[in-house]
Design a protein around this ligand. Structure first.
Ligand code: SAM
Length: 266
């Protein structure tokens, strides 16, 4: 499916929950967030049904994200339901890795192809400070489990302030080289103020190449991360929401005052 600017929208990112087991400083407020009510969150049937409709419209690349996708109860069943859809060539997940040691092999068996794992420092003390409550050993064990399970290529998402030459990023870069991991540097963004930039090592942030649609955990289909435009898939129905999102995808985003990273999934 093509938009007005001749971009082929073949990539769907699905946030499956607004909940997270970390509280990263640049993502969530310390006091936590007002969580959606259970009935506001899309069911597995809705997510899989919508994904099927998106694939019928040309999507062939799907990423499962969150909040933290691995805290969604029954996530393996959901991964299986999505991987059973014919036509998905690349099925990935973005995770903080905390629960990967437990789930890596089962995720692979459920049909997940690969993972991106967030890691902004390899210093245990700084890691706990950035995530407010995280233990880096959980993530490192998760990374090794993902490699053993064959969730290749295992990529690391490293949020930087300005440059990959910052001390923390240098440490993560070295760790990735030593462990045969691909790294992507994501400059810290501000949705409300409209600060966004290209992802180094990835394709994010380049509007002219943007092939993405995003589904939030409460069923809003967003054609652009940096825009308030969204279509409720329950209100419009799957097909119409997809058509409207493709039609209304802006050439370039500016600000997003209606949503946050932890609900959209990055
Ligand atoms: N919980 C999962 C995780 O930690 O990877 C998935 C959701 S998280 C919102 C997805 C990605 O968004 C992570 O790589 C995270 O570092 C990034 N992210 C969150 N807030 C951000 C911000 N303000 N600027 C840039 N990236 C951000």
């Amino acid at each position: 499916m093509f938009d007005k600017f001749n971009r082929n929208l073949n990539y769907l990112r699905i946030s499956v929950t607004d909940r997270c087991n970390l509280r990263c400083r640049y993502c969530m407020p310390e006091e936590g967030i007002k969580l959606f009510r259970h009935e506001e969150i899309l069911t597995f049937d809705e997510i899989a049904g919508f994904t099927e409709a998106a694939v019928a419209n040309g999507v062939n690349k799907v990423r499962i994200t969150g909040g933290e996708p691995l805290v969604r109860k029954g996530v393996l069943t959901l991964v299986r339901m999505i991987s059973d859809i014919n036509g998905i060539e690349d099925l990935s997940m973005t995770t903080n890795g905390v629960l990967l040691k437990k789930y890596a092999y089962e995720l692979k068996a459920a049909g997940l192809h690969r993972v991106n794992i967030s890691l902004d420092t390899i210093d245990p003390v700084k890691f706990t400070a950035i995530t407010r409550n995280g233990n880096i050993n959980d993530v490192l064990e998760g990374i090794y489990a993902a490699k053993s399970a064959g969730l290749f290529p295992v990529k690391i998402n490293c949020v930087i302030r300005d440059s990959k030459d910052e001390e923390e990023a240098i440490g993560v870069t070295r760790f990735c080289l030593e462990n045969d991991l691909e790294i992507r540097y994501i400059r810290q963004m501000d949705l409300v103020r409209g600060h966004f930039s290209m992802v180094e090592g990835g394709t994010g942030g380049n509007c002219s190449l943007c092939n993405r649609l995003r589904l939030t955990s409460n069923g809003k289909l967003k054609p652009c991360l940096f825009s308030n435009i969204e279509f409720d898939i329950r209100e419009f129905g799957f097909e119409k929401a997809i058509k409207l999102a493709a039609e209304m995808k802006p050439e370039c985003g500016s600000k997003n005052e209606t949503d946050a990273f932890y609900n959209i999934g990055g």
